[in-house]
Design a protein around this ligand. Sequence first.
Ligand SMILES: NC(=O)c1ccc[n+]([C@@H]2O[C@H](COP(=O)([O-])OP(=O)(O)OC[C@H]3O[C@@H](n4cnc5c(N)ncnc54)[C@H](O)[C@@H]3O)[C@@H](O)[C@H]2O)c1
Length: 315
Amino acid sequence: MRVNPRKAAIVGCGFVGASIAFRFLQQGLFSKLVLLDVDREKAEGEAMDLSDGLPYASPVEITAGTYDDVADCALVVITAGANQKPGETRLDLIGKNTAILRSIIGEITARDFGGILLVVSNPVDVLTYAAWKLSGYPRQRVIGSGTVLDTGRLKQLLGEELRVDSRNIHAFIVGEHGDSELAVWSGANVSGIDLEHFCRLRGDGLHAADMDRLYQSVRDSAYEIIKRKGATYYGIAMAVGRIAEAIVRDEHAVLPISVVLEGQYGQEGLALSVPSIVGRNGLEEVLEISMSRGESLALSASARQLKEAIAALKL
Ligand SMILES: NC(=O)c1ccc[n+]([C@@H]2O[C@H](COP(=O)([O-])OP(=O)(O)OC[C@H]3O[C@@H](n4cnc5c(N)ncnc54)[C@H](O)[C@@H]3O)[C@@H](O)[C@H]2O)c1
């Protein structure tokens, strides 16, 4: 079916799905937005509530729909599934959420869908790989939100620490969106000025202990938020909005989305987050950035953990 570049769907209208819909509404990226949830009334209620804001936004038709409405979407965001309860890791969600994903992918592939699948449900890297495998779509069209959120968290914390606009910080969190993720400190810079030099210019130092503290805050951020308010949704909504913008505007933007690897970084048979170019067709290219030896080893360890989780799924 012909893809409508201005039409998107969100499958799963819980905290995350509804927040992403709200973000899309504010961005004015789409002219049609379809909401789906097993709880049909929830999707209807969200569509009604969001539509009340239309006089203060750009025109967009927001409806609670069915999978038939998904077929011509340029982008389908999957947020259905259980979220982490206090103390639970993302990998603990694997069984429940893979079963849910399987049913969703079955519905989508039964239609003539030609758009991009963007997986957000956790564990996002495992589910991105599962969505790719189960759908049979080219890997360019099946991506995950990956560590775009975590990278934003790192930029925000580093910006605070260095007293500089977080948008001027270039640094990546890569690997699993989860406990084994890592920060690529070796390439971090502030508008092209390497981190150490920038700190000297500011009369400060950023020591190994500071970096470790910042990394741990990023890695444990979701746990801390969930402990306090039960779920995380605004940050991920902003991150997904950024990915959607890169797709709709064909930006060729560099974002650490979760992608199926085919030998890059010496890895295959899994999806994980590495800097990638994102545009109208989804994944354009995986960028193999240089890393220190320690970072490369940590990336391999993260990949090993994800592969074990994938193997247990028997896809
Ligand atoms: N990738 C990230 O960075 C990130 C960040 C935050 C949350 N998440 C994940 O997003 C997911 C959703 O979190 P939440 O807080 O919105 O949870 P939630 O419980 O509020 O919402 C989940 C929604 O999915 C719906 N659902 C369940 N099965 C479905 C199906 N088969 N088809 C359609 N809808 C179905 C439920 O009815 C519910 O409305 C979780 O897996 C969570 O871990 C990911």
